[in-house]
Design a protein around this ligand. Structure first.
Ligand code: NIG
Ligand code: FE
Length: 401
């Protein structure tokens, strides 16, 4: 994770949305370019892969400013959920919103993400919590793929127990297994299935039973694990060969070596700890030293992490979890791509991959971790297409033969 393979004085050729060549300028510049090829002179600046934000709750309708006020008045996340806020308040909003307004909300956020350097995002359902509504949200997510960045959909029907099943979480799990998972699978509406396993959410046996069913349908597995309490969800992720165990703020130390030996990526979400005013971040250093693959993501959502800028997440990873800047970059690019199963086409700048890259208003990549809360992205390029051009310090393209 600490080896970024930086090329000083590098150059890259992009053709048909893909990277055709990348390497030292002395070598790459000798390649003959197609007629009409456009040259971007980015001398003195960092060019790096676009961020792969592998954990977001993108589609949520509207912010939860009431929750925010309650928390500033001293209530914690779980108390707010019990007093009418939380996931279920977003559920009520999402159920009644028109498709057009829901879609517009997510579209606005995708553009903001792109401006801050994200070129691929994972997006979860989980705020409708009824069969038709969940399918509607997944269809919206599917329609947003490539508009303007890549969207990988995850089904998170097991996010909370809806009012229709209040006090009967097993009944909701049964309903998901019998009626919703088959439809999501048949219509190919999601790549992954996620479950929120924690106190005040789903228990370990419920998560195991549910993920077992999801696995039989062929979905990749994700788990919200140990955000507030370790119920054994990270161990379950490893046992079931899940793609990732996410959060891990309250991970039992004993589970660290096991994650280290496994193929399951630890997806760390420091934005949610920061926003909730918590002091306990996930044990990033211990995980990395145990050999775990660590990814970083925004956890973008209205309740615990309203942040679309991955650069802020990298800053938090460095200052609060003591990751190095290089580890943070790896975690937010290629490791995120591995979680999503797209590392063969995204996450690094290598010939044959999608031309998903950033030009930074910086001469050293560590500046994105150092200047916290800033946006140093001058240019976001997705599949060869320029999505953002900063007004200042703009690079000037010229035509070469
Ligand atoms: O990852 N904790 C569960 N899910 C989200 C929060 C969702 C919400 O509060 O709306 C998370 O932090
Ligand atoms: Fe989450």
């Amino acid at each position: 994770m600490s080896d970024l393979a930086i090329i000083e004085n590098g150059a890259m050729v992009v053709e048909d949305g893909r990277i055709a060549a990348v390497g030292p300028a002395s070598r790459v510049e000798n390649l003959s370019l197609a007629k009409g090829a456009r040259e971007l002179n980015v001398q003195g600046r960092v060019v790096m892969p676009g961020f792969v934000d592998c954990h977001t709750h993108l589609l949520y309708g509207a912010p939860r400013l009431e929750d925010f006020s309650m928390r500033l008045a001293g209530k914690d996340y779980e108390q707010i959920a019990r007093s009418g806020g939380g996931i279920l308040s977003t559920m009520h909003r999402v159920r009644t919103m028109t498709l057009a307004r829901l879609k517009a909300q997510a579209q606005r956020e995708l553009r903001r993400m792109a401006e801050c350097g994200t070129t691929t995002v994972e997006a979860k359902s989980g705020y409708a919590l009824e069969a038709r509504g969940e399918l509607r949200c997944l269809r919206i997510l599917k329609s947003l793929d490539g508009d303007p960045i890549g969207v990988c959909p995850t089904f998170l029907g097991a996010h909370a127990v809806p009012p229709e099943c209040e006090g009967r979480p097993d009944a909701w799990i049964d309903h998901l297994i019998e009626n919703v998972l088959p439809a999501v699978a048949a219509k190919k509406l999601a790549w992954f299935v996620d479950v929120y396993c924690d106190r005040n959410a789903f228990s370990l046996p419920q998560a195991r039973r549910y993920l077992g069913a999801a696995q039989r349908f062929g979905f990749g597995l994700r788990i919200h694990a140990a955000q507030f309490e370790d119920l054994g969800a990270a161990a379950l992720a490893v046992e079931m060969g899940a793609r990732s165990a996410d959060h891990l703020e309250h991970l039992n130390r004993a589970s660290i070596p096991m994650l280290g030996r496994s193929q399951t990526t630890a997806v760390l979400l420091p934005g949610s700890v920061f926003f909730l005013g918590g002091l306990k971040y996930a044990p990033a250093r211990a995980l990395i030293e145990a050999g775990a693959a660590v990814a970083l993501a925004s956890d973008y959502n209205p309740g615990t992490s309203p942040v679309w800028n991955m650069q802020m997440i990298l800053s938090l990873a460095c200052t609060q979890m003591r990751m190095t800047s290089a580890e943070a970059v790896t975690a937010a690019t290629v490791n995120g791509a591995h979680v999503l199963g797209i590392a063969n086409r995204a996450g690094t700048l290598e010939a044959g991959k999608q031309a998903d890259f950033l030009v930074l208003d910086a001469s050293d990549y560590r500046e994105i971790c150092y200047y916290f809360g800033a946006n140093l992205v001058a240019l976001t390029v997705k599949s060869g297409k320029i999505l953002r051009r900063a007004a200042e310090g703009e690079s000037h393209g010229k035509t070469s033969g």
